[in-house]
Design a binder for this molecule. Structure first.
Ligand code: HEC
Ligand code: HEC
Length: 499
């Protein structure tokens, strides 16, 4: 119970069922708009003065974006990795002279709507230098159904930061990252975060550029990354299957079958760890995993690098994007950058949250209520519908040799059979379910969850709340309907022409 209260408090922002909370939220937004306006006026003045006098920018702004970034809504608890990756290098990016700025700042406020409120005040300073947009959007996001624009600005905030200055002084900065990136000039890419998603964390040492994403896309679809040229990332994370796969467990090279279900790549960019057991921290870290996995792509990293390096056009592209030949690190960076474009939002749920009362059916509204009140949202926390914590739901625990899950990573007994809470966005399109693909339908998966998991000696007590809620079969139907409202828009990418 206590946990529930705490959790409710923590997530009060996203799940404003309570009118008081809603009111605070609105008040917060309004305050922010005002703050922004005032601040931007000041900032415009300051910048004007700075230009006239030729003095560099006020130091204050630098500090703020990192802050804004780290405190970013859902990100705050959701993504330690963000914080980390942001931290080390943030400062170098900002100090640059004035050309960088105008583009730079289209910041926060807008997209994060729901999630952002709590922190709004701190983030407010940011919008300052971009005189134009945020304010207008702020006022309307509720009614808008086009997610794209409100969201976009704050991402762009980050790359331009890096990109704009890059041609000139890149070398110095990039050193810490260990990226031997000599002169990665590229066209800065503006991520359009769809309605309902928080600002996207982008590591400082892997800024998004159009060219890098294109390269990442090729690598993602290229079967030559596997030992015998039979399997690509897209084989198991197929854009036509909501970037997942409709088989319980994946078939890799030589038809070998693994033991785990392939999760969707959609919104993986937000996860605070990768894989069902969280053994990789970031997408960059994750990307080399399957290459060397004997069952998945069955290659060696060196072998893969050699193959790609032997393809002149890849050689050229790596040179262009990273200023290096093919390296494992840059292979991973390119793929990760591509994956960061695979986002899903603007679902009926998001539109409902943004104020469109008709976006959800009656059954879905009932389902949403059950979802929030019986504890599902404690773990499947909006807006990403995952807390990215690890729990034992008892799935597959009656097997002869159950999957140890998180324990294999931490070595702790208490982590036996724990798996990372999966995001539920697009869940209606990613059957089958659970880490072992053992639930064929959404109804089945919801039934297991509604029962508070399956009994076993390691079942997490966090499932008690759900169990005690005694969810009825009708309510389960409503839950399933609600989950369908989490299907939104995501990119359907065609395989590119390969070198
Ligand atoms: C043979 C099938 C297969 C191939 C090929 C494959 N994957 Fe996976 N992928 C999986 C499976 C299965 C998992 C879950 C494994 C686990 O959790 O232990 C996974 C996990 C992931 C995750 C973590 C998602 C999450 O939510 O935790 C990402 C991201 C990912 N793969 C991207 C890639 C990329 C990029 C490639 C190509 C370099 C690739 N995969 C190749 C099957 C595959
Ligand atoms: C204590 C945390 C917790 C609670 C509470 C919880 N879940 Fe889950 N949920 C999980 C975990 C962990 C998994 C993955 C289990 C596994 O694969 O072994 C999961 C898996 C799922 C899946 C399968 C998704 C997929 O892609 O495989 C669905 C659907 C789901 N939960 C819905 C719900 C619903 C609906 C509720 C409320 C009735 C709920 N969950 C309550 C932690 C939780």
């Amino acid at each position: 119970m206590w946990k529930r209260l705490v959790s409710f408090w923590k997530h009060r922002g996203e799940m404003s069922v309570c009118p008081v909370v809603r009111w605070q939220t609105l008040a917060g937004k309004w305050r922010m708009v005002m703050l922004q306006k005032t601040l931007s006026r000041w900032l415009v003045c300051l910048i004007a003065v700075a230009f006239l006098t030729g003095c560099p920018k006020p130091a204050t702004e630098r500090g703020q974006k990192p802050a804004a970034h780290t405190t970013g809504p859902a990100a705050s608890e959701a993504t330690p990795s963000t914080a980390e990756s942001a931290a080390p290098s943030t400062t170098e990016a900002a100090p640059q002279p004035s050309e960088a700025q105008p583009a730079e700042q289209p910041q926060q406020p807008a997209p994060s709507e729901e999630a952002a409120k709590p922190e709004t005040q701190e983030t407010a300073p940011a919008p300052a230098q971009q005189e134009a947009m945020p304010a207008p959007e702020m006022t309307s996001p509720a009614t808008e159904s086009q997610p794209a624009q409100p969201a976009a600005p704050q991402e762009s905030a980050e790359k331009p930061k890096e990109e704009a200055p890059s041609p000139a002084e890149k070398p110095a900065e990039s050193a810490p990252a260990g990226a031997q990136s000599a002169a990665p000039q590229g066209t800065p890419y503006e991520v359009k975060v769809p309605l309902g998603l928080p600002p996207l964390p982008i590591p400082e040492d892997n800024p998004m550029t159009v060219e890098k994403i294109e390269l990442g896309k090729m690598l993602y679809f290229d079967k030559r990354v596997s030992a015998d040229g039979s399997v690509s990332c897209a084989t198991c994370h197929d854009p036509n299957m909501a970037w997942a796969e409709h088989t319980p467990t994946s078939k890799g090279i030589h038809g070998q079958v693994g033991t785990r279900n392939a999760p969707t790549v959609i919104n993986a960019a937000y996860a605070t760890s990768q894989f069902w057991d969280g053994r990789a921290k970031t997408l960059e870290e994750q990307a080399l995993g399957p290459v060397a996995n004997p069952i998945e792509m069955g290659h060696t990293i060196e072998g893969m690098v050699q193959t790609l390096d032997g393809i002149p056009q890849y050689k050229e592209l790596f040179q262009k994007v990273f200023g290096t030949g093919v390296t494992p690190e840059n292979f991973a960076k390119a793929i990760a950058a591509f994956e960061r474009t695979v986002l899903s939002g603007n679902s009926p749920y998001d539109r409902y949250r943004a104020g469109d009362q008709n976006a959800l059916t009656e059954a879905q509204k009932r389902g949403l209520k059950v979802f929030e009140e019986s504890g599902c949202a404690d773990c499947h926390t909006p807006p990403l519908f995952s807390s990215y914590e690890f729990y034992n739901a008892g799935v597959g625990m009656n097997k002869e040799k159950p999957d140890e899950g998180r324990k294999a990573v931490t070595g702790k007994d208490e982590d036996f059979g724990k798996f990372r809470v999966p995001s539920l966005r697009e869940v209606a399109n990613t059957a089958p379910y659970f880490h072992d693909g053992s639930a064929a339908t959404l109804e089945e998966a919801v039934a297991v969850m509604a029962a508070g998991g399956i009994d076993n000696p390691h079942r997490s007590e966090e499932f008690d709340t759900v169990r005690e809620a005694k969810i009825t079969p009708e309510q389960q139907k409503d839950l399933v309907e609600f989950l369908k409202a989490l299907s939104g828009e995501f990119p359907k990418v065609e395989p590119p022409q390969l070198p």
